[in-house]
Design a protein around this ligand. Structure first.
Ligand SMILES: C[S@@+](CC[C@H](N)C(=O)[O-])C[C@H]1O[C@@H](n2cnc3c(N)ncnc32)[C@H](O)[C@@H]1O
Length: 252
């Protein structure tokens, strides 16, 4: 099934994919500022939380999906020193910014490769990565079940998926304030600062249409993941989910 990621309603996948390409190719050079604004400056804190939770070690080969300008790839490189990071994204303009950061030493001594990849159709073999990271990616995918199935397929048994995403504050009052902020303030002042109101309107809509913490965990379990846990940040405005691909039972 495919949906319109701005509404959650069934729609052809191309609608959302084309919109995402238009938005991110045009904001690539100001994305990092856009990100700081849209996350209320808390993004760095959430990335630090994601790194704390991520079961990634020195011998791991890590796949970063929807990697954008490389923020998560470089955070993994610095925090975990894995053997390699594959930084991928649907939009080449975003990866161009990531490559520039890499050339300026953003990953330290960890080798990072870059490739244009649709996370819903990953061009890598089964069981090829020790860990997958995806930040603010799944919400933008019109075929989420297919995306999660692909992540499951390319992870090695025993490997982990670590996902950072906007989510739903469980507290009613905090949720009400947050939704007011999303609907009325984010498009206004985000648009004012970056001159890209449409991107902020889409951001607000896609956050509201996205499943809550339990809903995302359910989708992960349906794709075959086990041991799905999550931790809320900023009262549930963001959440980091960690899920495992189980080690297959050997037939006796
Ligand atoms: C909000 S940005 C997040 C970038 C990065 N993960 C970060 O945390 O800064 C979302 C990214 O998802 C990418 N994206 C959207 N749909 C995608 C898909 N189907 N496959 C791969 N990347 C996708 C966009 O191009 C964009 O770069």
């Amino acid at each position: 099934m495919s949906i319109d990621t701005a509404t959650g309603q069934e729609a052809p996948a191309e609608l959302s994919s084309e919109r995402v390409k238009t938005i991110f190719s045009s904001i690539a050079d100001k994305y990092e500022r856009f990100n700081a604004i849209s996350s209320f400056g808390a993004y760095k804190l959430w990335v630090a939380g994601m790194m704390k939770q991520a079961p990634i070690s020195k011998n791991d080969d890590v796949l970063d999906l929807a990697g954008g300008t490389g923020e998560i790839s470089f955070a993994v490189a610095k925090a975990k020193q894995p053997t390699h990071v594959q930084c991928t994204d649907l939009v080449p303009e975003m990866l161009e910014v990531a490559k520039e950061h890499y050339q300026n030493g953003a990953a330290g001594s960890v080798p990072v490769d870059f490739e244009v990849v649709d996370a819903q159709d990953i061009p890598y073999p089964d069981n090829s990565y020790d860990a997958i990271t995806v930040a603010y990616g799944i919400r933008n995918m019109p075929q989420r079940e297919q995306g999660l199935a692909e992540m499951f397929r390319v992870l090695k048994p025993g490997g982990s998926l670590i996902c950072l995403e906007f989510s739903t504050p469980p507290n009613k009052l905090w949720r009400g304030l947050y939704h007011f902020y999303l609907k009325h303030l984010i498009p206004f002042w985000g648009g004012l600062i970056t001159k890209d109101k449409d991107g902020f309107v889409y951001l607000s809509n896609s956050i509201k249409a996205f499943p809550n913490q339990e809903g995302l965990a359910r989708l992960m379990k349906q794709a075959g993941f086990t041991e799905v846990t999550w931790k809320n940040y900023t009262g549930g405005i963001a959440a980091v989910h960690v899920a495992k691909k189980p080690i297959a039972k050997v037939a006796e």
